[in-house]
Design a protein around this ligand. Structure first.
Ligand code: FAD
Ligand code: SF4
Ligand code: SF4
Length: 472
């Protein structure tokens, strides 16, 4: 059997147009594109692609329905295991997940599984998909879910489908976690995220926003006083790391977290229609080499910066960002200063940033992460003339819930210790998953953890019910 070696091309806005607007970069497949791409799938009996999907989407089955032109059925297949397909189709690192295992990848490019998933989810949304409401028994057990990122949304959806009453408590004014406040509009439109979350509402999930657990209620209070039978903690990794270098508190220095939150969640790019302003200078240096750094750099370009640098101390090969994002950023004009390590930030007499002092690096021996360690080149100090510096070197856990919950074990980084297969923590009835357990990772790994935790919470609540019935 012969098949096209390359994926059907994804239509995109051209780089010189898109780097000045916040509209989505990738425009999505047409019906014809989708059918063409679906036909590339060989419908392998063993479906090796499925082992790369943490939420176990039945990939050949949903693609087969696209081939038949039955998109509603395709959507039902995806939705039976994945509550956020329009999100996953856009931001899953598919090349490291499902597509990595596609047999076609051995000779050419894998089937565009993510692109097809996005096509189906978008079609279903536009054509008004029908979701069956869940009936709750009057005595349905109650589950509190803390945080509303992909781990929590998955737990909430899975448990609602099993007829538990789920309440999600979110500290911010909109649910979605990083999907709302971190990943920019031009990669993941916010109305699409909210539409997927609204579907959970149709399943009976209650969302309580502006509610900081550890302040509004503690986990102990939720279990002992507020009538919840189990708690899931999915509070993510939202606390930005800094480098501790000179000049980090100058005017014009942001953490990527603040910069992106202002832009995405508070819609600063639409100031003054929205009330949050954002200052971005003419020349911007973003420190870091992950997705967060690239998102900040591409956002700065769209806010009008004339020159945007990525300053990263290793080479492109070691960059943790997705290749696709690096390629998009290069196309849009981001200037990559690789093998360059920041030393300190320089300022004028009024405390505004005027430059980033750097040092050139070369790659030495492999370190414990398996990557070659950057080594300083003596005498290579230089200064990049910039007026804004954005620090994107990683995030850690917010300690509030851990500090206010009795008997909850944490590791030396402050992440919650939880069983990788069940999400069980050291506290009975309390489960955890996503970035708060693993450290900053990916949407689909958080969702996979949420799925496993939902199964374990279901088993725990059934046991609890039986024990309570026996003791009456
Ligand atoms: P989060 O999404 O972090 O959500 C946690 C939620 O908990 C937040 O809404 C927070 O406000 C809330 N919360 C915290 N404390 C409390 C409290 N005490 N009470 C109530 N609520 C609380 N991954 C990908 O797969 N692909 C990408 O392209 C990608 N790009 C990224 C870009 C950026 C800028 C960032 C920051 C991350 C990106 N990631 C990407 C990583 C991915 O978004 C995360 O791994 C994922 O969102 C983790 O999900 P989570 O559910 O664990 O937590
Ligand atoms: Fe692939 Fe992600 Fe979809 Fe799973 S959810 S099939 S990993 S794109
Ligand atoms: Fe289709 Fe690739 Fe999965 Fe085979 S491995 S079923 S070709 S997506």
């Amino acid at each position: 059997m012969s098949f096209a070696l390359k994926k059907t091309k994804m239509p995109e806005q051209s780089p010189e147009v898109r780097n000045k607007n916040f509209c989505e970069v990738a425009l999505g497949y047409s019906d014809d594109d989708a059918i063409l791409e679906a036909r590339r799938c060989l419908q392998c009996k063993t479906a090796p692609c499925r082992k790369g999907c943490p939420v176990e989407v039945d990939i050949p089955a949903f693609i087969n329905q696209i081939k038949q032109g039955d998109i509603e059925s395709s959507n039902l297949i995806i939705k039976s295991t994945n509550a956020l397909p329009a999100v996953c189709g856009r931001v899953c690192p598919q090349e490291e997940q499902c597509e990595k295992y596609c047999v076609l990848a051995k000779k050419g490019e894998a089937v565009g599984i993510g692109r097809l998933e996005r096509f189906v989810a978008d079609y279903a949304r536009v054509h008004g998909e029908v979701l069956n409401a869940v009936e709750f028994a009057a005595n349905a057990q109650r589950v509190a879910v803390i945080g509303s990122g992909p781990a929590s949304l998955t737990v909430a959806g899975e448990l609602a489908k099993r007829s538990y009453k789920v309440t999600v408590f979110e500290a911010l004014h909109l649910p979605g976690g990083v999907l709302m406040y971190g990943i920019p509009e031009f990669r993941l439109p916010k109305d699409i995220v909210q539409a997927e979350i609204a579907n959970l509402g149709k399943l009976g999930v209650e969302m309580v926003v502006n509610s900081v657990i550890g302040q509004t209620f503690t986990v102990d209070e939720l279990l002992d006083e507020e009538g919840f039978h189990a708690v899931f903690i999915g509070t993510g990794a939202g606390l930005p790391h800094f480098m501790g270098m000179e000049g980090e508190n100058l005017n014009g220095v942001y953490s990527a977290n603040e910069f992106l939150t202002r832009c995405n969640l508070m819609k600063a790019y639409q100031f003054p229609a929205y009330k949050t302003p954002i200052h971005v200078g003419k020349n911007v240096a973003v420190i870091g080499g992950g997705n967060v750094a690239l998102d900040a750099a591409r956002t700065a370009l769209r806010l009008g910066a004339q020159k945007v640098y990525i300053v990263y101390r290793r080479s492109e090969e070691e960059m943790p960002a997705r290749r696709e994002e690096v390629h998009h950023a290069e196309e849009e004009g981001v200037d990559f200063r690789l093998l360059t390590s920041p030393l300190s930030i320089a300022s004028d007499t009024k405390g505004w940033v005027t430059g980033l002092k750097t040092l050139r690096m070369e790659l030495g021996e492999q370190d414990s992460s398996g990557r070659r360690r950057p080594v300083e080149v003596v005498g290579s100090e230089a200064e990049l003339a910039v007026d804004t510096v954005i620090i994107a070197i990683g995030q850690g856990p917010n300690p509030l819930v851990q500090a206010t919950t009795t008997g909850l074990a944490v590791d030396k980084r402050g992440n919650i210790v939880a069983d990788a297969e069940t999400g069980e923590t050291s506290r009975m009835g309390v489960f955890a998953g996503g970035d708060i357990v693993t450290g900053a990772a990916t949407v689909i790994l958080a969702m996979g953890a949420g799925k496993k935790a939902a199964t374990a919470i279901d088993a725990y609540l059934q046991k609890l019910k039986t024990a309570q019935a026996c003791s009456v």
